[in-house]
Ligand binder design. Sequence first.
Ligand SMILES: [Fe+2]
Ligand SMILES: [Fe+2]
Length: 176
Amino acid sequence: MLSRERIDTIVRHYGRDILKHEHMEIERRSLQHGDVTTYGHSLRVAALSVWIADRLRLWNCVDLRALVRAALLHDYFLYDWHDDDGGSHRLHGFRHPYTAEANARADFELDDVVLNSIRTHMFPLTPVPPRYLEGVIVNVADTVSAVQETIASRLRRVRRTRAARKHEQVGERCRR
Ligand SMILES: [Fe+2]
Ligand SMILES: [Fe+2]
């Protein structure tokens, strides 16, 4: 079974050019779920995808390089969907897989396994299911990561609010 460190090495090995690309700067400053950036989310989905392939012993049926690249690029839509842009991000949930695919196609040489997996990662929100096992894995890893990140972000916010309140109360007591 692969360790966390080994999985991280695999992701950085197969995704080196993607992670180094200048457009990743946009992902680094764009929030995805709560306080998690699109960059952090994509790395998490890639690591979880490799973890799933490893734990389910899918090494003989999965193209590891394609799996990592699809996971890293699945949200390569290159904007912050929280930004007010006059309404064009309104259908973000439905449209972003196609935007991500077009951007990925423009910036990298990718095969159909990667492109199809990016395009179908929001299934069943978008109508067509993944054609490849790699796409199914990315779809599952994305859903799990989104839930984890949303819950963890909310818990961090609650903890921060509680700490700030406590700090205020202590301050008030000291002033009395
Ligand atoms: Fe997505
Ligand atoms: Fe995602």
